[in-house]
Design a protein around this ligand. Structure first.
Ligand code: SAH
Ligand code: SF4
Ligand code: F3S
Length: 470
């Protein structure tokens, strides 16, 4: 194990150097966690809470009161990094205590020591693969004895983390479960292979046991997570590899699980078995997030995406043949080095052809140590901005049209939480659109029938069918 204690302690005494890695289990401690980035970080943050709970740390939503503040960071675009440094300053300033500040997640992994150098207030830095060791890091910092030694751990202990995590606590009727970590696709713009490591699938039994435990505690929906979730290849109990389709079928057999989703998929990993599952498995929801990044084959080659625009469009056709109402979502990067007006128009054309239900689109952000950042023909910022605005206008219009198509229809909705306005409850439709409606909180965790009355580009408004209210 490579825990390093840096040489720049804020407070230090010789005896502290010998402190063992055991954290006591005192009551009344609190932890505030802020997550940036993707859903895998959301899952990791929940698991950090699970790791810390036996040591007396209760979750708080109020950073000012917290004894421990964890920033669970993202490194995907430059903006994400900058935000973390300004947030560290803000939390330190706003705190009523002298909290221990920890930076975890992908930026912690990628920047490690640099985070320590740039932010002297940060006490602990770790990556996405070592958060199961948080209690040890806290102990090593000397915090319980009033010290602040600085601890850095950016080790890659493969799947050790999952073996040592406690059972997952349930936060609501819908749960994330990471089934696969890391990525070895090495798209030329992307930091994920460097921050999360090589692609690894969790063994089938681990995944199924975790979901059974969640279901026993009330989970109704599960969303299986991975950077390339459809490349899942976990080992089954008799030693053979399972693909995602087989795993989804097994999850569907777990008592209590009513709805299944997964994200994010890669177009080059899509097989017919998975596509056909959308026709065969009623618990699998009709929503598919399939990033394409660009509609230009030339740019896709430069990005090292390993698929063409036509491969992608064919995959969408097959998905729609299997499940005609399937909602398609995607990710786009505009202004990749060398992207011409013509390349960009090819992206717009692809978007028109697919007709998305939702999408995420970004200006290309050069990332340290990635091949694309070194490419000579970087696109000027104002061109990127203008292209992004045009793309987003089209995507927003498609999303609005998609949402409007449900007005007047009755949909099945799993109620997940209270809603935006007082008296409202909130859930998602099978096509993954947020819907708010007036209703009693006791409906949280139930699937109800909802008449859709209004739609915007981002959400729906509905009324509960009368017999459910009684
Ligand atoms: N594994 C997934 C998504 C990973 S990151 C996939 O391959 O599709 C999420 C999204 O962030 C990507 O789909 C991409 O659209 C965007 N992204 C990644 N690196 C980026 C960069 N350097 N600049 C801008 N957007 C980026
Ligand atoms: Fe990044 Fe590409 Fe891997 Fe997705 S597939 S995580 S974009 S390297
Ligand atoms: Fe960001 Fe890491 Fe996710 S870089 S998008 S938090 S995998």
């Amino acid at each position: 194990m490579k825990v390093q204690i840096t040489d720049t302690p804020i407070t230090d005494t010789p005896e502290q150097t010998n402190q063992g890695p055991e954290l006591s289990t005192a009551e009344g401690r609190s932890v505030f966690i802020k997550s940036y980035g993707c859903q895998m970080n959301v899952y990791d943050a929940e698991r950090m809470e699970d790791v810390l709970a036996p040591f007396g740390f209760a979750k708080t939503d109020n950073a000012a009161e917290a004894d421990l503040i964890i920033l669970n960071t993202c490194h995907i675009r430059e903006k994400a990094d900058d935000k973390v440094f300004s947030d560290v300053g803000r939390y330190v300033k706003g705190s009523k205590k002298t909290p221990l500040i920890a930076v975890g997640g992908c930026m912690g992994q990628a920047m490690g020591r640099k985070v320590m150098q740039r932010a002297p207030n940060v006490n602990i830095v770790f990556g996405p693969q070592t958060y199961h060791r948080l209690p040890e890091f806290i102990a090593r910092s000397g915090w319980e004895r009033g010290f602040r030694k600085r601890v850095l751990d950016t080790d890659f202990p493969s799947l050790e983390k999952f073996d040592s995590l406690p059972k997952q606590g349930l936060r609501g009727p819908s749960a994330f479960v990471t089934i696969q970590e890391g990525c070895d696709k090495f798209c030329t713009y992307c930091v994920v292979p460097y921050t999360r490591g090589v692609e690894l699938s969790r063994p089938v039994k681990h995944v199924l046991d975790e979901i059974k435990h969640l279901a026993e505690n009330g989970a109704k929906e599960v969303c299986l997570l991975g950077q390339n979730v459809n490349a899942y290849h976990g080992i089954g109990e008799s030693g053979e590899e399972w693909n995602l389709a087989r795993l989804v079928r097994a999850v569907a057999k777990i008592d209590g699980i009513e709805l299944i989703r997964f994200t994010t998929s890669h177009p080059s990993e899509l097989d017919n078995e998975l596509i056909n599952l959308f026709a065969e498995e009623p618990k699998l929801m009709p929503y598919f997030h399939l990033p394409v990044q660009s509609g230009s084959d030339r740019i896709l080659v430069e990005m090292n995406r390993t698929h063409t625009a036509d491969d992608y469009l064919n995959a969408i056709d097959l998905l729609r043949m299997a499940r005609p109402d399937i909602a398609i979502s995607g990710d786009f990067i505009v202004g990749f080095p060398g992207e011409t007006d013509e390349d960009f128009e090819a992206t717009m054309e692809l978007v028109r052809e697919v007709n998305y239900s939702s999408a995420y689109s970004f200006m290309y952000s050069p990332r340290p140590n990635t091949p694309a950042a070194e490419m000579k023909n970087q696109v000027p910022q104002d061109v990127k901005k203008e292209r992004l605005a045009r793309l987003q206008e089209l995507l927003t219009q498609q999303q609005g049209d998609f949402n409007k198509s449900f007005v007047g229809k009755t949909l099945s909705v799993l109620v997940e939480s209270t809603g935006r306005e007082p008296g409202q409850i909130r859930g998602r439709t099978p096509h993954n659109i947020a819907v708010n409606m007036m209703g009693n909180e006791r409906l949280i965790g139930q699937q109800i029938r909802v008449n859709i009355t209004h739609a915007t580009a981002s959400s729906l408004l509905g009324e509960i069918e009368l017999e459910e209210v009684a």
